[in-house]
Design a protein around this ligand. Structure first.
Ligand code: ZN
Length: 467
């Protein structure tokens, strides 16, 4: 259903016809601008489904009692991409609502799947995230007194005993993965099997332990960063929904055309640019770990950097010490195995421009023109539109899921190195590497898992007591 209302700007008096798409979201944000004076028009649309009611609450404009003669026309939707704002020339071009134009016509039967997944994730944010969040917090605080009890509120004790560090880690990781999996779509499955395969291909198994040892003191920090990113993303998920919808398009061409031409009304550039900058910054630190895996995978030594990328950066330590995070990205070109974690190209040019405020943003066309030099008087400008930018943020977020996976794998190697024995190998190690990996653990622990079970839990209890 589409509701048509005219709103008058409280500054310049121009009238905007806003066609509000009422879909299946109970409420959604509206972030648009006045076409004439460019001030923000923002608020929310609320849907009262049981009573078939709704309300549209927008700031900086006054709703007109009667439909008049508008100056501008825009459609707003919480679920779908929409036509951008344009001068009003008649309602002919909005004959079809966004629901048909950018929903049913583009997604076909997938629109139901899109709806179901979005609602499911919003439900999880509301009802599951508080518990998953506090479980993460207990894990970070090292507060293992309450942690198992909290974990078992959500998952089965037989499958996740949560009785030693490794088991706690596995349960926390499982809960996080189950949570993010909803919006990660195929990325999660694809990237985890890729990571398992690449770890399996590493011949120097002992290097995996050395690598883990090298990063041991950084893992807490990485986990905190990744958790902070997902936390921020969850707060903003409503704004991302129309871009998430792109996953459900039937035709690739149609999808690309929509990304290029359509806009979105759930988010303003200013609302999201800090998310991009912060995420970029946080990911920059975790790159150290990813690059170490690339080194191991391609040069059989986690310390040995790819040659001829940057002079003098030969060892992982040189790389870690690099201050210019943009230059660090020169090592990520998509050619090495673990580069695949990044869904899209990580573009320091864009980050640099936004970070130095060397950009202009046109609110009507939603076009961002930026100077990669970080200086509006230097070099040539490039541009991208809001839909592309929000998609970029979304992809950056997905990349974090891959990064979280290698942080997790690294921590597992670390625990095994410290002598904690896994309950079952299958739970811990990609099948192809488990045998070799196990041959590298200390000799006295090389007994059959079954026989050792009692001992493990005893040891685990001792470990926990020491905490
Ligand atoms: Zn105005």
């Amino acid at each position: 259903m589409v509701i048509t209302n005219d709103f008058q700007c409280n500054v310049c008096d121009s009238i905007t016809r806003i066609k509000v798409q009422l879909g299946w979201l109970e409420n959604y944000p509206v972030r648009i601008k006045c076409g004439k004076c460019n001030i923000s028009i923002f608020g929310n649309v609320y849907l009262d489904q049981p009573n078939v009611g709704y309300s549209i609450k927008l700031k900086n404009v006054t709703p007109l009692e009667e439909i008049g003669k508008p100056d501008y026309l825009i459609e707003v939707s919480g679920e779908l991409l929409t036509e951008k704002m344009r001068p009003y020339t008649g309602d002919i071009d909005t004959l079809f609502s966004p629901f048909f134009k950018n929903g049913v016509f583009s997604m076909g039967e997938n629109i139901e799947k899109f709806k179901e997944r979005t609602i499911r994730f919003l439900h999880k944010i509301e009802y599951e995230w508080p518990t998953v969040k506090r479980i993460n917090e207990l894990w970070f605080n090292g507060n293992h007194t309450y942690l198992p009890k909290e974990i078992h509120k959500l998952i089965d004790k037989t499958q996740f005993p949560a009785d030693n560090e490794l088991e706690l880690l596995r349960a926390v990781h499982f809960l996080n993965s189950m949570f993010t999996n909803t919006f990660a779509s195929n990325y999660f499955k694809g990237i985890t099997s890729h990571i398992f395969k690449e770890l399996g291909n590493i011949n120097e198994k002992n290097q995996l332990f050395l690598l883990a040892q090298h990063f041991e003191n950084q893992l807490d920090y990485y986990e905190h960063k990744l958790f902070a990113i997902i936390n921020k993303f969850i707060d903003k998920f409503h704004m991302f929904i129309p871009v998430y919808g792109l996953d459900f398009y039937e035709e690739k061409n149609d999808k690309e055309k929509s990304i290029k031409n359509l806009g979105l009304t759930t988010v303003d550039f200013e609302d999201i640019k800090d998310f991009y900058i912060d995420t970029f910054e946080d990911i920059g630190d975790i790159l150290n770990l990813m690059v170490a895996y690339n080194n191991l995978s391609h040069r059989a030594d986690y310390k040995k950097m790819k040659e001829n990328v940057i002079k003098d950066i030969l060892n992982i330590e040189d790389f870690i010490k690099m201050r210019n995070k943009g230059r660090k990205l020169e090592f990520i070109t998509g050619e090495e195995n673990f580069d695949k974690i990044f869904v899209s190209k990580v573009d320091n040019r864009l980050r640099n421009a936004i970070g130095h405020r060397s950009y202009t943003y046109d609110v009507i066309s939603q076009e961002l023109t930026y100077y990669p030099s970080g200086d509006q008087t230097k070099g040539t400008s490039e541009s991208l539109n809001l839909t592309e930018f929000v998609l970029e943020c979304f992809q950056l977020m997905r990349s974090c899921i891959g990064l979280a996976e290698i942080v997790y794998q690294t921590r597992k190697f670390m625990y095994v190195k410290q002598g904690i024995i896994p309950r079952t190998l299958e739970d811990y190690f990609p099948s192809s590497i488990e045998k070799n990996l196990y041959n590298n653990t200390p000799k006295n622990k090389k007994r059959s898992l079954k026989k050792n079970k009692k001992k493990i839990s005893k040891k685990a209890r001792q470990n926990n007591r020491k905490k």
